[in-house]
Design a protein around this ligand. Structure first.
Ligand SMILES: *[C@@H]1O[C@H](CO)[C@@H](O)[C@H](O)[C@H]1NC(C)=O
Ligand SMILES: *[C@@H]1O[C@H](CO)[C@@H](O)[C@H](O)[C@H]1NC(C)=O
Length: 402
């Protein structure tokens, strides 16, 4: 794994993110073969004086997928395949392994996984997918656990990881995907984990869930189809009262022959406690809207890949920067784009016009009735009652322009 030298400022983190993105976008086979395929505009090699790139690898370890920087910025925790590492990154350019703890999927889960026709060479392992700082003494982590998601707390001592005891491992459905190839996102806010991922073995049931902490566990309602069955989450960003989720799914509100990908922002309220009757343990404040990223004369960039909030800690003019690709391609080249969305615009869109699903025709139409109070899905201090059931499965809003 190559790591750029990390500082604490958001630009370094953005650098890391862009670096990872570059790796994602680089073709894994032949880069630069005859000028075909995407070519990186900037390229640095380890040891290049123009930019400190540091390198860490360890024999037998692979799939370094999850990164978490300690509060003091001195330690980088890394989730890999069947292991979690603590790297000392105090010396720029020289990540040093502090310690590493194994967390393999159990033999039983591995053989069940292979029995269900998944590969024992590439899939039936524990790929670490969630790694967050829970409190001053503990991290919280989840992994695919051979297609049987699991989570556990990891105790820290002087930023060293203490071993995971098997009896402390809990079920992690809805927090980590089953399939390492599926996208996911998770963020810890006020001691609660908000996660967006696939909730079943087949990978056909996306979920947006809140777990841990004192508030009730909440989920999206599968029956009401708030999410298309292929929804793929890429980022979760908390704000003062709400948590935003960024994802991509097939648009079901348009009648096209071709599968049309759409990028979305959804939001749920932090103070949501679920409904009283029909929506017990379900979100009552879920809303989603379309994110548009396009340039005149070009095919729309309709597939969101990642999103970050910048500046992350300032209340003034925060913007979401998101990376998009297109489902279409002209000739041989694939291109990508970054679009910025003002958080205020996103908030405004969630207060604007909305569409409703007509259950008989399965069509989405813009709601033109009288204003309801409270609005469907609004952040309210009292528990939401059942009347919000019909209205809050609101989907499209006026599009946000980049
Ligand atoms: C996977 O299963 C095959 C057949 O059962 C076996 O020969 C092989 O050694 C296994 N590979 C690993 C990595 O366990
Ligand atoms: C942190 O959370 C863990 C897991 O719930 C708990 O055992 C531990 O006591 C907590 N530590 C502090 C300092 O609150």
């Amino acid at each position: 794994m190559a790591l750029p030298a990390l500082g604490l400022d958001p630009w370094s983190l953005l650098g890391l993110f862009l670096f990872q993105l570059l790796q994602l976008l680089l073709p894994t086979t032949t880069a630069g073969g005859g000028g075909q395929g995407p070519m990186p505009r900037v390229r640095y090699y380890a040891g290049d004086e123009r930019r400190a790139l540091s390198f860490f690898h360890q024999k037998g370890l692979q799939d370094f997928d999850t990164l978490l920087l300690s509060g003091d910025g001195n330690t980088l925790y890394v989730g890999a395949r069947e292991a979690i590492l603590a790297l000392d990154i105090q010396d720029p350019g020289v990540p040093r392994l502090k310690n590493m703890i194994p967390w393999p999927a159990s033999d039983r889960k591995k053989s069940e996984c292979a029995f269900k026709k998944k590969s024992n060479e590439t899939q039936c392992f524990n790929f670490i997918r969630v790694l967050v700082s829970y409190n001053v003494t503990h991290l919280y982590t989840c992994g695919t656990f051979a297609f049987s998601p699991a989570c556990t707390f990891i105790e820290l001592q002087d930023s060293y990881l203490l071993p995971i005891s098997e009896d402390k491992v809990m079920e992690g459905k809805g927090q980590s995907p089953f399939d390492p190839a599926h996208k996911h996102t998770a963020v810890l806010v006020d001691g609660m984990l908000y996660s967006g991922t696939m909730n079943n073995f087949l990978g056909s049931e996306p979920i947006l869930m809140r777990t841990l902490g004192s508030q009730p566990v909440l989920k999206t309602d599968n029956f009401l189809r708030w999410l298309h069955h292929d929804a793929s989450f890429v980022a979760a960003i908390p704000s003062t009262q709400v948590v935003y989720f960024f994802f991509e799914e097939t648009a079901s509100e348009f009648d096209f022959f071709e599968r049309l990908h759409t990028s979305r922002v959804a939001r749920v309220c932090k103070n949501d406690v679920g409904g009283e009757k029909l929506l017990q343990k379900k979100w009552t404040t879920f809303l989603k809207a379309q994110l548009l990223c396009s340039q005149p004369g070009q095919l729309p960039f309709n597939v969101i890949r990642h999103a970050v909030l910048l500046p992350a800690d300032s209340p003034t003019a925060p913007h979401i920067y998101a990376v998009f690709t297109s489902q279409w391609q002209v000739g041989r080249t694939r291109s990508s784009a970054i679009c910025a969305f003002s958080l205020l615009d996103i908030e405004r869109v969630f207060k604007g016009k909305y569409k409703e699903l007509n259950k008989e025709t399965s069509r989405w139409t813009t709601y033109r009735g009288p204003e309801t109070n409270p609005r469907p899905g609004s952040v309210s201090t009292t528990p939401h009652t059942e009347h919000s059931l019909h209205t809050h499965n609101v989907h499209e809003k006026t599009p946000i322009m980049a």
